[in-house]
Design a protein around this ligand. Structure first.
Ligand code: ADP
Length: 547
């Protein structure tokens, strides 16, 4: 028997019309690359989205066509999200921190029809335009008077002229909710980048689940500043979630240094933010060295790589900011787990609560997960046994765009498909998952695994350590042994012996790194993560003193 409820497709255009209708005067504030502040409302935004959708339709963009962006977090980027997705085309966000050759490769692979870009990225576009035959027009996201005068880019269009050419009424099509809405390529540290192609349905279900109080917990009373870029996994869904709940949305543009962020946090009374650990280092350093406090900032999601407990503690104890530690990946839209306390944890001492916060947390409803051994068999949820983390759910990829990389899924004995995350994790009896490593970063010593994340988290707890990475180095007897690579805090000194002694009593003795190397900086990938492939290359001729 069929239920008798209306069959309305879940579409991102309905998020926009919802926000415009029910939260018309809630603000969207952007720091523009010109440096000034732009402000308007969800109602204004919806009108300009309709104008853009009309203009793109007139320019020949059809349903299913890809329109790319190379842009910072800002209102024009938001308009492109909703106009392109809403009209049934696919918004393809590109990470400008990738190498230009890789950007061109991705554009060609996606067969993008148009590409909208912030002027910051003009040199990239000038370099690659001739290599991208599918692109019919390059849209500079600026006013007419800022258009580059002597650019050699063919078919260079002005974003504001396009907007001005379209009427502000657009009938958002009621398409199949399983149609594609957004495309994001993984950074591809190995092999070619692979595209995760999100549907309207997966995007809306992800937004519902992520907005819940025990997930990311977003509300119309929040003023939300996503530091996490809109060019990487849709800024963790925040542009959609904010429309769903009617939150004020504040975009930092290109100014991601501690001072600029702090000033925007204060001016716009930010209550909530989200970003990877490396961006918070800059903000925390700025507030601590200038003896500042936050007046309204009270919660932040941190994920993308393990959030060191020292950072969670600093936010909580020195600034009264609650850290919501989350795990996810491009292939998961991205949110998979979030670490929030359960009732039974509320009376625990702070140090025991910290153990919970340091984990990557419990599954959202909609993400099923398990850990398995090499034989594919389920491993126990005892918080100690670790294995390959597998997930499944309605916002998890089933294959990559245009079949790149083959079938990524694994079938279990019940015939269910699972997506192997490439992460190695434990799960405890309460269902809290903890990542010990990415499988390719695991250090195998004498047949046993050492967690590089645990060793990094501990090192970062040392007051003189700014950044730490641990990699495995070949060893004649043990296969691999850990090497700790450290960036010292400015003006601070610490020796190898002090750092190694700092591990005493905190880990099994055999986990202690064999050596420490001090460096000026640690290479970061396009999404702000420690680039261990680069480190392994840098240290390929290095010999451990114990070898
Ligand atoms: P990319 O695949 O381009 O590196 P993703 O954002 O998709 O970018 O990376 C997902 C990976 O990031 C996860 O598989 C995991 O290894 C790591 N990751 C994400 N969040 C966390 C976290 N909270 N703790 C530890 N690792 C994390």
């Amino acid at each position: 028997m069929q239920g008798l409820m209306m069959d309305m497709p879940l579409l991102v255009s309905s998020l926009l019309t919802h926000a415009a209708r029910h939260f018309p005067d809630v603000e969207i504030v952007s720091r523009r690359i010109e440096g000034d502040i732009h402000r308007y409302t969800w109602s204004d935004c919806a009108q300009r989205c309709a104008q853009l959708a009309n203009a793109l339709t007139a320019a020949g963009v059809n349903q299913g066509d890809r329109v790319a962006t190379l842009a910072w977090n800002g209102y024009r980027h938001l308009e492109t999200y909703y106009a392109v997705g809403g009209m049934g085309s696919v918004i393809h966000t590109i990470n400008p921190r990738l190498h230009p050759e890789q950007i061109a490769w991705i554009i060609n692979h996606a067969e993008d029809r148009y590409l909208a870009f912030d002027l910051t990225f003009l040199p990239i576009i000038e370099g690659i335009a001739a290599l991208c035959p599918t692109v019919r027009g390059w849209i500079a996201m600026c006013d007419r008077d800022r258009m580059p005068a002597d650019s050699k880019i063919p078919n260079l269009l002005c974003y504001e002229e396009l907007i001005a050419s379209g009427s502000n009424a657009f009938d958002w099509p009621q398409i199949d909710e399983r149609s594609a809405v957004a495309l994001c390529y993984t950074s591809g540290t190995t092999g070619n980048p692979k595209g995760a192609l999100y549907s309207h349905r997966s995007t809306i279900l992800h937004a519902y689940a992520a907005a819940l109080p025990d997930a990311m917990g977003c509300s119309t009373r929040d003023s939300i500043l996503p530091v996490v870029p809109m060019f990487h996994v849709n800024a963790w869904g925040l542009p959609y979630i904010c429309a769903m709940v009617g939150a004020k949305l504040v975009f930092p543009g290109a100014a991601l240094d501690g001072k600029s962020l702090y000033e925007l946090f204060e001016a716009e009374k930010i209550t909530y933010s989200a970003g990877v650990p490396t961006v918070w280092l800059g903000l925390l350093q700025y507030v601590s060295s200038n003896n500042l406090k936050f007046s309204t900032f009270s919660r932040t999601v941190i994920g993308g790589s393990a959030c060191p407990p020292a950072m969670i503690k600093a936010f909580r104890e020195q600034y009264g900011v609650e850290v919501i530690h989350a795990w996810g990946m491009t292939e998961l839209s991205p949110l998979g787990t979030v670490s929030q306390l359960m009732s039974k944890h509320l009376d625990l001492p702070e140090s025991d609560q910290m153990t919970v916060f340091a984990k990557q947390g419990k599954s959202l409803f909609g993400v099923d997960m398990k850990i398995v051994g090499d034989d594919g068999q389920d491993l126990p949820w005892d918080g100690k046994t670790f294995g390959d983390l597998l997930v499944r759910g309605p916002w998890v990829v089933k294959s990559y765009f245009r079949g790149e990389g083959g079938d990524p899924l694994r079938k279990d004995e019940h015939g269910h498909d699972w997506f192997p995350t490439g992460d190695v994790a434990t799960i405890d009896a309460d269902g809290y998952m903890q990542i010990t490593d990415r499988s390719k970063d695991v250090i195998k010593s004498g047949g046993e695994w050492i967690s590089s994340i645990d060793l990094e988290n501990l090192a970062i707890g040392h007051p003189a350590v700014a950044q730490a990475a641990v990699i495995g180095i070949a060893h004649p007897k043990w296969d691999e042994r850990p090497l700790l690579i450290v960036v010292r805090k400015a003006g601070m000194d610490v020796s190898k012996e002090e750092l190694l002694a700092y591990y005493e009593g905190k880990i099994a003795k055999w986990w202690t790194p064999d050596d420490v190397q001090f460096v000026d900086s640690i290479p970061l990938g396009a999404t702000g993560k420690l680039l261990k492939t680069r480190l392994r290359e840098q240290f390929k001729d290095y010999r451990l003193p114990s070898a």
